[in-house]
Design a binder for this molecule. Structure first.
Ligand code: BTN
Length: 261
């Protein structure tokens, strides 16, 4: 169990609530987002989720070893304009990746656009960002971070693509310490973004798992195939399909090549 008062006292959060069980921390955060009186940022976390949600219509499988929480943010209060929200989303993934690097220094931690975090070729963290339909300046950032997750009980389709700090290192980690370290790093990232001289492409290129690789980007509008060149300063994924295309939404798949197997 997380000592949430301790987490609040050491970070930029104004409030926090930790539950033994919730359907989804994002659902709970969406409910309270409608309350105009609520002080933000507020964190809602749960030891167990009965209906964790992933991007699109995906479910999010997790065990108690997975750190699961959502942070309700008022983006106006934070000084991050709506046009800058895509970069904020990428900055969140970067902050997770930078945090995890210090726990598994021997492994390659990376980011997969837009905001998955990988260790090697496997996903260690998923991020689901949703906008409140009641108070439009409010975002809910839901994070599922596989820290001590043991995938023995996981469905096969999860076991083949997911990993955890424990699976990578054989060590158990203190979930609360990881949470505090991430929140501090994330605050610094937001401050840098707000300052206006934040070079996201430079930071991203060090950790990007797609650069130089052949990718397929699928969106509702189209499917693109080409070589990933990295990201632009506005957060768009750059894909060389013969012409350089900028992608703002979609799901990316790496195309397996003989040297990537
Ligand atoms: C994804 O990669 O598809 C996003 C996964 C996000 C999972 C987290 S766990 C905490 C929060 N509550 C949810 O129901 N989902 C997010």
């Amino acid at each position: 169990m997380i000592d949430i008062d301790d987490v609040v006292s050491q970070t930029f959060l104004r409030q926090g609530h930790w539950y033994q069980e919730l359907d989804s921390t994002n659902n709970r955060a969406l409910e309270i987002a409608a309350d105009c009186e609520i002080e933000t940022p507020v964190l809602l976390g749960a030891t167990h989720q009965t209906a964790g949600r992933g991007r699109g219509s995906n479910r999010w499988w997790s065990s108690n070893g997975t750190l699961k929480f959502s942070v309700l943010l008022d983006m106006k209060d934070l000084g991050i304009a709506q046009s800058d929200w895509p970069r904020f989303s990428l900055g969140t993934a970067l902050s997770v990746a930078e945090t995890l690097e210090s726990y598994v220094p021997a492994r390659r931690v990376g980011v997969k656009w837009p905001n998955d975090v990988w260790i090697g070729q496997r996903k260690v963290c998923g991020i689901l960002i949703e906008q409140s339909d009641r108070v439009s300046d409010r975002l809910i950032v839901g994070i599922g971070l596989n820290i001590n997750t043991d995938f023995a009980e996981a469905p096969e389709e999860i076991r083949s693509v997911a990993t955890s700090l424990f699976a990578e290192s054989g060590q158990q980690f203190d979930q609360q310490a990881v949470l505090i370290q991430f929140l501090r790093r994330w605050e610094q990232t937001m401050m840098a973004q707000r300052s206006g001289n934040w070079s996201l492409p430079a930071l991203w290129s060090r950790l990007c798992v797609l650069i130089g690789r052949q990718v397929i980007v699928s969106s509702t509008a189209e499917q693109l195939f080409g070589q990933c060149l990295g990201i632009a300063n506005d957060g768009a994924l750059l894909v060389d399909t013969g012409a350089i295309r900028r992608c703002y939404a979609g799901t990316v798949r790496l195309v397996a090549t003989s040297d990537s197997a």
